[in-house]
Ligand binder design. Structure first.
Ligand code: THU
Length: 160
């Protein structure tokens, strides 16, 4: 038996103002997208903004349903929208901002497992990393360079 350590670099910014310009703009787009979330059940609003290599930015927000599992997270709405609209484009990064209508989120929310899996699918497909930038409503911002950082040992097409 040998023990392997899996680690990654997580960049921690005190606020979004510390981000480099293009990440800051992407986060601001995610914040705006968050406002249009359809979240009457959870009152939890999430916005996502994706930057493509062609310069286009694609947004998404969570879309809920009275039949709860039929709803979809902001990240997947944005990823599927990007792939549907610009199927050949390379996805550079995704900024995600989450907050509650009941309280102020002062720390980032981590993307759910299904969203990590979906982002991973496109990262594997394009053979280039997708950076993930996370924020609540205020407070610190986290950034990692690849979805594989936060979804190590992912299931992918190589098994099929
Ligand atoms: N949600 C997202 O949109 N993204 C996440 O990463 C976590 C959760 C949504 C799904 C649901 O509409 C609400 O937040 C509460 O789970």
């Amino acid at each position: 038996m040998k023990k392997q350590k899996i680690s990654f670099d997580l960049m921690v910014y005190e606020t979004k103002d510390e981000l480099e310009r293009k990440d800051q703009e992407l986060m601001e787009t995610a914040v705006n997208a968050r406002k249009d979330a359809y979240s009457p059940y959870s009152k939890f609003n999430v916005g996502a903004a994706i930057l493509l290599d062609n310069g286009e930015v694609v947004i998404g927000n969570n879309q809920e349903n009275a039949c709860y599992p039929a709803g979809l997270c902001a990240e997947r709405v944005a990823m599927f929208y990007a792939s549907a609209k610009y199927p050949g484009a390379i996805i550079r990064s995704i900024a995600i901002s989450a907050t509650s209508q009941n309280y102020c989120m002062d720390k980032p929310a981590a993307p759910c497992g299904s969203c990590r899996q979906v982002i991973s699918e496109y990262e594997v497909k394009q053979e280039q990393p997708i950076a993930i930038i996370l924020m609540g409503e205020t407070g610190e911002v986290l950034k990692c360079q690849s979805i594989s950082d936060i979804l190590p040992l992912a299931f992918n097409k190589s098994y099929l």
